[in-house]
Design a protein around this ligand. Structure first.
Ligand code: ATP
Length: 472
């Protein structure tokens, strides 16, 4: 009311001044002068925003509501705000809506209830807003947001960003994790639309079932949690929101299992990057820039994928000498291409991404690839320890604490003397008939450990003999 009174006052006094000046001009100046002065006065008032204010005032009285349209696609490109709004409204409205629809898109999925209303009211910090789903055609769908002009800055500066952010968060929480892998470039299509293909990721691995030292596991989990909550931190220090993990260790020690556990823990998609299917650095760049945020880009057995090993520099130099100064980047994926993406372009495209490299031969990798800062955390996955065995015993045999059990004691001492992978231990604990047979499984493991021990001591014996022969 105060605002309306003020505006009337201003309009009244401005009009009074205009009429007073105009009356004085009428009396003093001749006709042609009068016309020039009239035009000057009108244009001055116009420039001072007077006309605009009058028109705004009346528009606001008769139509005080403002609309913002959020089309599904903008200039042929998908509008991400549209899908975030859709998710937000779906979650928001289900509790309040009187008209719902239920659907079950897959037999093994839960029934989903969605609102079945075209218009939804929402409230934000005391302001009412209305959302309307508008369909001009199948291709032209949009959400129309309507609110009172008085709440304009609250809605545009604060509410809309809140809705989009909230929608993205809800989507990320609900999203089924996907396993994505790259197609050979010959199948990418004209607009590179088929670079990646994906399936639902349903691996049940979790940190709980991962057999490794509990302290180390805790350290990895808190590192991942800090990363995923670190948006403000990364912004503050001016670094791209990404983190690299290098998983190394002998075969069967749980490197792939750990990646699955990470993806399930964070609810991130996995991009399993097959480097051998990529021809050169430019293809690599295209692929990586098309990955989404909240994802784990994995290169397994990086030492086997491409020539990224310690000898690379020497080999690269030799090849350049043989072929003249031909640009190697044009014909293959190189270490510099990969590093460029991790440190260079990578920083500029996308956020909240994790890179994981795995290898069985850490010693073969070029130090540039794995230096701290690129691979922030080096995680060694090793042969089965007694602590790890206890986790596997719990997974496979439902055994909790059996430290005093003679079979456990025997396994403890054998594990100390033997190098056996968690995969081999798991294999021995697994019962063929899917029925838990504790003694049978533990005895089968003891047998396997004893065999391993004797073959290892035989191996050591042979090695010793060969050494003596060399010197003999
Ligand atoms: N640490 C572990 N905890 C639980 N299960 C494990 C662990 N390590 C291995 N396994 C079991 O062994 C199987 C093979 O392990 P996984 O593929 O993760 O090993 P890896 O280190 O990636 O092996 P590779 O180097 O040969 O690829 C898994 O399916 C899992 O059942």
């Amino acid at each position: 009311m105060m605002m309306m009174g003020d505006t009337f006052g201003t309009i009244g006094s401005s009009l009074a001044s205009l009429f007073f000046i105009w009356a004085t001009v009428q009396q003093i100046f001749p006709n042609h002068f009068k016309i020039a002065i009239k035009e000057f006065l009108l244009s001055s008032f116009h420039q001072l925003g007077f006309a605009q204010r009058v028109s705004d005032y009346f528009t606001n009285i008769f139509s005080p509501y403002v609309d913002i349209n959020f089309p599904e696609s903008d200039e042929y490109r998908f509008n991400h705000a549209f899908s975030a709004i859709e998710t937000y409204l779906e979650s928001k409205a289900t509790n309040k809506s009187k008209h719902l629809k239920g659907s079950q898109v897959k037999e093994n999925k839960d029934l989903v209830l969605k609102r079945d209303e075209a218009k939804i009211r929402d409230e934000y910090k005391g302001a009412n807003v209305w959302w309307e789903f508008v369909t001009a055609s199948d291709q032209e769908r949009s959400f129309k947001l309507t609110f009172h002009h008085r709440a304009r800055s609250l809605i545009t500066d604060s509410y809309v960003p809140y809705v989009v952010e909230e929608g993205k968060l809800i989507k990320a929480k609900k999203q089924q994790t996907r396993l994505v892998t790259n197609n050979p470039s010959s199948q990418w299509g004209v607009f590179s639309q088929n670079m990646w293909r994906s399936i639902e990721f349903e691996h049940p691995a979790s940190f709980e079932t991962l057999a490794m030292d509990p302290e180390k596991k805790e350290e990895i989990m808190s590192d991942l949690t800090a990363f995923t909550n670190g948006k403000d931190y990364y912004k503050k220090i001016g670094k791209a929101w990404k983190r690299g993990y290098l998983l190394y260790g002998p075969p069967g020690t749980g490197k792939s299992t750990m990646i699955s556990a990470m993806a399930n823990f964070l609810n991130y998609n996995i991009y399993d990057l097959e480097l051998t299917a990529i021809k050169n650095n430019s293809e690599l760049r295209k692929l990586l820039t098309a990955t989404s945020s909240k994802s784990i880009v994995v290169i397994e057995d990086i030492d086997c994928s491409v020539d990224l090993t310690r000898n690379r520099n020497k080999k690269e130099r030799n090849s350049l000498e043989r072929n003249g100064e031909q640009d190697k980047d044009e014909s293959s994926v190189t270490l510099s291409g990969l590093l460029n993406f991790i440190d260079g372009i990578w920083s500029a495209c996308g956020q909240e991404r994790i890179v994981v490299f795995t290898t069985n031969h850490l010693e073969n990798l070029d130090p540039a690839l794995i230096r701290r800062g690129r691979m922030d955390m080096h995680i060694e996955l090793s042969y089965c320890t007694y602590e790890a065995f206890k986790i596997l015993a719990k997974n496979y045999l439902d055994l909790n604490d059996h430290d005093d059990d003679p079979l456990f004691k025997k396994i403890k001492s054998l594990l100390k003397e033997t190098k056996i992978s968690p995969a081999d231990v798991a294999e021995n604990l697994m019962t063929r008939n899917h029925k838990i047979d504790v003694d049978g499984s533990l005895n089968s493991l003891i047998k396997a450990l004893e065999e391993k021990k004797s073959s290892q001591s035989q191996h050591d014996e042979d090695k010793k003999k060969n050494k003596f022969r060399l010197f003999g």
